[in-house]
Design a protein around this ligand. Structure first.
Ligand code: PEP
Length: 254
């Protein structure tokens, strides 16, 4: 039996009304399905406390989508890991491709953020993955190694203890074109063996999620793969009905 991690990344979506309806539905239908696996919701920062109040006694954890590389000071518009910790956040997404591409976050910045998240005892969810062109050029493993190496360079041999990795091929994010589950299984196996080579952690203790157009129709085949340990879900996590369907499928298989 494997433990599965399902993370909702709401990105720049949500409202007070959406949150009220989402949790009303979840509370009514979900109590048995939330117990087995770890469910995390990462809303926009402005709604973190509202979501926190809603998940009380629900077996759902609070996640954040980003942190600043600074802890405090004159950094207008930013949020620090200390502030997130202060309000009950347990998990932080770092290195999402939208931050890499749209906010110009380099591997170095991502490694600094990853380090801060670990330093303050939160759990980083590190997103890695290749573009469509990388895939066509047969560069998937090279890109993944580069992204992992920058974390090793900053944190050394225990870099990946108590962390989650989300393999997210960029071409599959938000496109409706999920990757092939067997291909993802091979890449997850590669990620685990590469980390095991340089880290003190054992492959079976490494959590690697898949992200990219997951929905209730395609979830089953991914969950059945031995090295897929969870999902990072964008679009399908915005509807409580769809999100709950995926949670139920994972509950029945794992
Ligand atoms: C994501 O943004 O991490 C993601 C996987 O999005 P989607 O599920 O919409 O493809």
């Amino acid at each position: 039996m494997k433990k599965f991690f399902i993370i909702a990344n709401w990105k720049l979506n949500g409202s007070k009304k959406m949150i009220a309806n989402f949790f009303k539905h979840l509370k009514f239908h979900s109590s048995t399905y939330l117990k087995k696996n770890t469910i995390i919701i990462a809303p926009p920062t402005i709604y973190l406390e509202r979501v926190y109040k809603n998940i009380n006694n629900m077996n759902i954890m609070l996640g954040a989508q980003n942190i600043d590389i600074n802890l405090q000071g004159a950094f207008t518009g930013e949020n620090s890991v200390l502030m997130l910790q202060d309000i009950g956040v347990k998990y932080v997404i770092v290195g999402h491709s939208e931050r890499r591409l749209l906010h110009y976050e380099t591997d170095d910045i991502i490694a600094k953020k990853f380090h801060l998240i670990k330093k303050f005892n939160l759990i980083p969810i590190l997103c890695i993955g290749e573009t469509e062109i990388d895939k066509k050029n047969g560069q998937t493993q090279t890109i993944i190694k580069k992204q992992l190496n920058s974390i090793f360079k900053k944190l050394g041999k225990s870099a990946f203890k108590n962390t989650i990795i989300a393999y997210e091929p960029i071409w599959a994010i938000g496109t409706g074109l999920s990757a092939n589950p067997e291909d993802v299984q091979c890449i997850h196996k590669f990620i685990k063996s590469y980390i095991e080579k340089y880290d003190l952690i054992n492959a079976e203790d490494i959590t690697v999620q898949y992200g990219g157009s997951i929905n209730h129709c395609n979830a089953k085949k991914f969950i059945e793969q031995p090295d897929i340990n969870g999902f990072l879900i964008g679009n399908s996590s915005l509807s409580s009905e769809e999100f709950l369907k995926i949670i139920r499928i994972a509950h029945d298989i794992t």
